[in-house]
Design a protein around this ligand. Structure first.
Ligand code: SAH
Ligand code: SF4
Length: 355
C-alpha cells in the first residue's frame, strides 16, 4: 500500500489518522507541531513519541518537500527556486526581501488556463492543479532554506509574508488553495498572520468573497485596464467575468469590514492601457463603485515571443501621479531579480527547454 502524505492534511484529518492508528487524540497536536512548527521531516527525530509510534508513523506516512531543481540568487538578494513534485511537474517560487521582512511568492497550478496575453505562465496552458500539500510545502522549502524553524519570535523574520502570485490562478483551484492557506496561517504551526497573506486573482468573480471568508487573507485583483474593451483584449477571462462583476464582488467583500483595502494590480503596457485618459477613466471607475483601493503599478516584464512593450518611465510616472492626485496610493513596483530570469515562468521554460 502506498504511504500517505502528511503535508497538506488539515488538523482534523491528522487527528483522524492518529485515531486510526489507535493513538490518543493529543498525539495529533504533537504531530502537527512537529510538521508545521518545527518543520521536522524525519519521524525518528520526533522525540516525544515512543519508538513504537515513530515506527508506525514511518510505515504509514511520508513527509515530502518538493525537490529543488534549480536555485538562483540575484544581486539584490531576490531568490528563485524551481521546484519539482513527485510526478515530475515543476513550478517556480520567488523570495523578495525587503529591509526587515520579505514575501515568498508561491504557485497554485502548473501552468494556467486563463491565458492572459502578457503572461508567460498563461502561454504555457494548464497542466494540473497543485494539491494543498504541494502549495504548503513550497513555503516550507523557503523556511528550510532560511533556517526559520521553529518560527523566531523576537528576531527579524525574513519570511514574514506570503503572496499567492506565482504560477496559476488560485480561484481555479479554490478548494486546495483554501485548505493550504488555512494550514499556512494556523497559529499552532507555520503561523503566518492572515493579514500578511495576499491572494491575487485575475477576477473569477463568483469565487472571490467565498474564498476570502474561508481564509481571512487579503485580496489583490489583476485589473490592468479601466474598461472592458481594453481588458478583454489583454485578458480573455474578462469576456466571462467583466469588470462590473469583479468590482461588485470587491464591493461585497468590503461591505463586511470597512478596514479591508483592496490592491488593484495594474500592468502598464506601452500604448495599450497607459495613457492619462486611461488613468482618469480608472479613477472614475473606482469612484463609481466606492471601492477603497490602492494600486500596484507593475512595469511589464518582457519575455521572448510576447508582443507587448513596457511603458516608458515618463508615462508610468504621469499615470502614478494622476492616481495619487485623486487620493489613491499608487506605488510603482520595483523590478526585482532582473539578473535571474525573474519574470514568472521564465526559469521553468529555460530548464524545460534544456531537458
Ligand atoms: N493568476 C493570478 C496570480 C498570479 S499572476 C493573477 O493573475 O492575478 C501575478 C501577477 O503577475 C498578476 O498581476 C499578473 O498580471 C502579473 N504578470 C503576469 N505576467 C507579467 C509580466 N510579464 N510582467 C509583469 N507582471 C506580470
Ligand atoms: Fe494566469 Fe495570472 Fe498569468 Fe493570467 S496573469 S495567465 S491568470 S497566472
Amino acid at each position: 500500500m502506498e504511504k500517505k502524505e502528511l503535508i497538506g492534511l488539515s488538523k482534523s484529518e491528522i487527528e483522524e489518522e492518529i485515531l486510526k492508528l489507535g493513538e490518543k487524540k493529543f498525539r495529533s497536536k504533537q504531530l502537527w507541531q512537529w510538521l508545521y512548527f518545527r518543520g521536522e521531516t524525519d519521524f525518528a527525530k520526533m522525540t516525544n513519541f515512543s519508538k513504537e509510534l515513530r515506527e508506525k508513523l514511518a510505515e504509514n506516512f511520508t513527509i515530502t518537500r518538493p525537490k529543488i531543481v534549480a536555485e538562483q540568487l540575484s544581486k539584490d538578494k531576490t531568490r528563485k527556486w524551481l521546484l519539482e513534485f513527485k510526478d515530475g511537474e515543476r513550478v517556480e517560487m520567488v523570495y523578495i526581501p525587503e529591509e526587515d521582512r520579505g514575501a515568498v511568492c508561491i504557485s497554485t497550478q502548473v501552468g494556467c488556463a486563463v491565458g492572459c496575453k502578457f503572461c508567460h505562465t498563461g502561454s504555457q496552458k494548464l497542466t494540473r492543479n497543485l494539491t494543498a500539500g504541494e502549495i504548503v510545502s513550497q513555503f516550507m522549502v523557503a523556511r528550510d532554506t532560511y533556517g526559520e524553524w521553529p518560527s523566531p519570535t523576537n528576531e527579524v523574520r525574513y519570511l514574514s509574508n506570503i503572496v499567492v502570485m506565482g504560477m496559476g490562478e488560485p480561484l481555479h483551484n479554490q478548494d486546495n488553495v483554501i485548505k493550504a492557506l488555512n494550514i499556512l496561517t494556523d497559529g499552532d504551526g507555520i503561523a503566518i498572520s492572515r493579514r500578511r497573506v495576499t491572494m491575487s486573482t485575475s477576477g473569477i468573480a463568483p469565487k472571490i468573497v467565498e474564498t476570502l471568508k474561508a481564509t481571512g487573507v487579503r485580496l489583490a485583483v489583476s485589473l490592468h485596464a479601466p474598461n472592458n474593451e481594453i481588458r478583454s483584449q489583454i485578458m480573455p477571462i474578462n469576456n466571462r467575468y467583466p469588470i462590473e462583476e469583479v468590482l461588485k464582488a470587491c464591493q461585497e467583500y468590503q461591505a463586511e469590514d470597512g478596514s479591508r483595502y483592496i490592491t488593484f494590480e495594474y500592468l502598464l503596457l506601452d500604448g495599450i492601457n497607459d495613457s492619462l485618459e486611461n488613468a482618469n477613466e480608472l479613477i472614475r471607475l473606482m469612484k463609481k463603485y466606492h471601492i477603497r483601493a490602492s494600486f500596484n503599478l507593475i512595469p511589464f516584464n518582457p519575455w521572448p515571443g510576447c508582443c507587448f512593450k513596457p511603458s516608458p518611465s515618463q508615462k508610468v510616472k504621469a499615470f502614478a501621479d494622476a492616481l495619487e492626485k485623486a487620493g489613491f496610493a499608487a506605488p510603482v513596483r520595483v523590478a526585482r531579480g532582473q539578473d535571474i530570469l525573474a519574470a514568472c515562468g521564465q526559469l521553468k521554460s529555460k530548464k524545460d527547454s534544456e531537458q
